[in-house]
Design a protein around this ligand. Structure first.
Ligand SMILES: [Zn+2]
Ligand SMILES: [Zn+2]
Length: 446
């Protein structure tokens, strides 16, 4: 019956040495698309959705279920079974990474599979990846949503190694950046306004999230390779040092976007609260946009750096005299602090119609004295990273103005060094971002 004919085909296919009849994974994919089917590959598992049918399981079982045991379902008879089932021809790239496999666990080497680029994908060899506070939150499951193993990292810079057939923006060898998101619905109102980070269907975050199929888990940049839709990849200016660019994709755009939105320019007086990874980028951007910039910090030790980065003034928030001297001064305060702090006192530093924009994420809700808002009046708002169009604009601006992130390079990373870097990041004992040299770290991987 059909069982035996299937096996006969399989064994025959397996013995064949003539490769000319074997079809590439991309061809299989487009044939499947011709049939109005969707093929979703997740590790060794695969889903094929036909109108009215959804097949889920291992690739081998799906082939049985979707195409019948004799393989005569739509075009599959044209394919070599064994070729289809082989990992490589199914379109995977072995990827080596550092992952954590339990809450607060230690990093260990982890091998998994990324998809080969589909028509609108680029495959990027990761050169550097920054260490963001969010990475630590996810490793420690501070948001209560982590799944393990998790490969963190969303401050990625690398070189394009392969492009899909329909990719227009990139070619092999291009230096590119990848930030906090790798996909979104591309159809909702925020997506249509180039604000994919606010996608109403939920954008696909670079790690600890899923692709838009809501099934395939995403893994981040502490790895040697990543496959991303070209829309979510940015071109990196060639005149900047690649190891200093990764953090622009998160810390950079997070501070650039609100400064632009609130029209910061040469007539603006801007205060940046906190001089860490976010804050130091905020200072550089506000200065480059022509603003008169004040850094407000708890630590005198940051004064020199703040002034070197172009801030005109430095205020110690705990010093009542200094604090008093900047009352009613600023058009915009960009608050980058994640620790608990007195927002009410800072509101008094805003001038008429001032804006208080929050980009740090304190664990507890902030207390806001409403009377302070009514008096001038003031706006309190938040901002989350930036859309892809604006992220590209930010990178181009960095190229023009020679702006990069100040980094401590980890080369190569080991589990011990990563643990130490996390410890120091939590203590704000880093100037101003750790960056992993992924090429050195994963030099053994292909
Ligand atoms: Zn981040
Ligand atoms: Zn959307």
């Amino acid at each position: 019956g059909s069982q035996s004919s299937f096996q006969a085909r399989r064994s025959r296919g397996g013995c064949r040495t003539n490769t000319s009849t074997k079809l590439a994974a991309s061809t299989v994919r487009s044939k499947v698309e011709d049939e109005k089917c969707e093929i979703i590959i997740n590790g060794r598992d695969m889903k094929i959705a036909k109108p009215g049918n959804l097949y889920t399981g291992t690739a081998r079982n799906i082939v049985h279920a979707a195409y019948g045991l004799d393989g005569t379902g739509f075009h599959l008879k044209d394919y070599e079974f064994d070729t289809l089932l082989q990992k490589k021809s199914m379109g995977f790239r072995n990827t080596t990474a550092y992952a954590v496999s339990e809450t607060g666990g230690k990093f260990a080497l982890y091998n998994f599979e990324r998809r080969q680029p589909a028509a609108d994908d680029v495959l990027v060899r990761i050169h550097y990846c920054g260490i963001c506070h969010t990475d630590i939150h996810v490793v420690n499951n501070d948001f209560g949503m982590s799944q393990y193993p998790v490969v963190p990292g969303h401050e990625i810079v690398g070189v394009v190694e392969k492009v899909g057939d329909k990719v227009k923006k990139f070619k092999v060898g291009d230096l590119v950046g990848i930030g906090t998101q790798v996909d979104s619905c591309r159809q909702c109102k925020p997506c249509n306004k180039d604000l994919e980070q606010y996608c109403e269907k939920g954008s696909s975050l670079t790690y600890a999230s899923t692709e838009q199929d809501k099934v395939t888990r995403t893994q981040g940049g502490y790895s040697n390779l990543i496959t991303v839709k070209e829309h979510f990849v940015c071109k990196v200016p060639k005149n900047l040092k690649p190891e200093e660019i990764g953090p622009l994709m998160c810390a950079g755009i997070t501070t650039y976007s609100p400064l632009k939105k609130h029209n910061v320019g040469k007539d603006s007086k801007v205060a940046i609260v906190g001089l860490g990874g976010l804050g130091h980028m905020g200072v550089k951007f506000a200065v480059a946009l022509g603003a008169d910039v004040t850094v407000i910090s708890t630590s005198e030790s940051k004064r020199q750096d703040a002034l070197r980065m172009g801030a005109k003034h430095f205020v110690i928030s705990k010093d009542p005299e200094q604090f008093e001297s900047v009352q009613n001064t600023f058009n915009l305060i960009l608050d980058t602090v994640s620790a608990e702090h007195d927002v009410g006192a800072l509101l008094n530093l805003l001038a008429f119609e001032g804006v208080y924009c929050i980009v740090g994420i304190p664990a507890k809700p902030l207390e806001i004295p409403v009377f302070a808002l009514l008096k001038k009046p003031l706006v309190v708002c938040g901002s989350g990273v930036g859309g892809m169009k604006e992220t590209q604009e930010m990178l181009d601006f960095c190229g023009q103005k020679q702006i990069t992130c100040e980094v401590e390079l980890i080369s190569p990373a080991t589990p011990e060094i990563l643990a130490k870097a996390y410890e120091r990041t939590l203590k704000a004992d880093v100037k101003y971002r750790f960056v992993i040299d992924c090429q050195k770290t994963f030099a053994e991987a292909s």
